[in-house]
Design a protein around this ligand. Sequence first.
Ligand SMILES: NC(=O)c1ccc[n+]([C@@H]2O[C@H](COP(=O)([O-])OP(=O)(O)OC[C@H]3O[C@@H](n4cnc5c(N)ncnc54)[C@H](OP(=O)(O)O)[C@@H]3O)[C@@H](O)[C@H]2O)c1
Length: 279
Amino acid sequence: MRVLVTGGAGQLAHAIRQIWTGHELVIPDESVLDLSRQDSIQRVVADIRPEVLLNCAAFTQVDRCESEAELALLINGTAVGWLAEACEAESARLIQISTDYVFDGTGTRPYREEDPTNPVSAYGRTKLEGERQATRCSKHLIARTSWLYDAWGKNFLNTMLNAAAQGRSLRVVDDQWGAPTTCRTLARQLKMAAEQDWKGLVHMTCQGETTWHGFAQAIFEAKGMTVDLGPCGTADYPTPAKRPAYSVLSGERRRSLGPDLMPDWREALQEVMDHPEPA
Ligand SMILES: NC(=O)c1ccc[n+]([C@@H]2O[C@H](COP(=O)([O-])OP(=O)(O)OC[C@H]3O[C@@H](n4cnc5c(N)ncnc54)[C@H](OP(=O)(O)O)[C@@H]3O)[C@@H](O)[C@H]2O)c1
């Protein structure tokens, strides 16, 4: 397949490069494929004529989205509509990556794809608009994931390791529940989904659940590091954007569609620790 990938400098796109072997990947620089410009999208899609367009680009800084909501809506929402239109014109398939933050987090069991959305942040609202815009391409797959990280990139794992390396004592929230997911496992599941032509809305996260504090604890345990780590509440750590208290996603639909390549989050973390670059 010829696959056009956006957001090439991001952490998920890095995993796609390593995992999507056997396919022709075209990953233009942001200066060439800039999602904030419709003409740039139209020109690149018409030039490359991809069979699949995998949209890994997004405005992902959740707190900044609150103060820059217009730009966030442009990148996470409007531009996805432009991508969908351009794909439709080339009969290409669009794979859009979305987020657990489309839910408000008041649920008490893993969210299913058909559960009502109700984002509580500008980031969540703009990503939900992106989901809506993606459906303008008749051959679309929307993959919702959560708490993405890997050995590379700007993410919670690297933030924790850097803070611990500076000898800082850490207080991490223990009242937000989710599923940490490695970019490489998502890349593997997405590759299979693309090869098997999955369509519609599908949750793709690692299995199990934990809090950010539980995740931090597991990181330091896996590294064999002794760190002064303690729990705190969301209320003790105010941020511009509100986050869902519980945003675990159900994998039922994924399992009904084909082989489930998403391991338990602890197993996925161990793989990152053992092999910083995926085998
Ligand atoms: N990270 C998470 O925890 C998480 C959780 C759930 C879902 N997701 C979703 O997963 C996908 C991949 O996220 P990620 O973690 O890989 O994000 P990331 O590392 O922040 O990568 C996103 C990339 O998009 C680029 N980008 C921003 N504006 C652009 C524009 N106008 N044109 C072209 N590229 C642009 C960014 O460039 P700059 O860095 O230069 O802005 C960045 O390289 C996103 O759709 C995200 O919403 C992420």
